[in-house]
Design a protein around this ligand. Structure first.
Ligand SMILES: [Ca+2]
Ligand SMILES: [Ca+2]
Length: 88
């Protein structure tokens, strides 16, 4: 089994729930921005649109859980977000 996959499941679910501010069950571009904002750069707006375009596979303008899962794995792989650690 893919170790990253095993590692991320619980954290992805927690992050998704925490990020979905309006509890719509999907993340809109503004909600996604709050995740990427931790590594904010001047080109973030363009990057955000690119991210949404790449991961919004059903093109409804928002990321559902499955789409977010793919995004999150990519972010972990690229060290944009931290790998899960035990809570202190
Ligand atoms: Ca939402
Ligand atoms: Ca979507």
């Amino acid at each position: 089994m893919d170790p990253i996959r095993a590692l991320c499941v619980a954290q992805v679910a927690a992050t998704f729930a925490a990020t979905d501010k309006d509890n719509s069950g999907r993340l809109d571009i503004f909600e996604v921005a709050t995740i990427l904002g931790k590594s904010a750069r001047p080109d973030q707006g363009a990057m955000l649109k690119q991210v949404m375009g790449s991961f919004d596979t059903n093109k409804d303008g928002e990321l559902d859980y499955d789409e977010f899962y793919q995004l999150y794995r990519t972010l972990v792989d690229e060290h944009v977000v931290e790998r899960p650690r035990h809570a202190r």
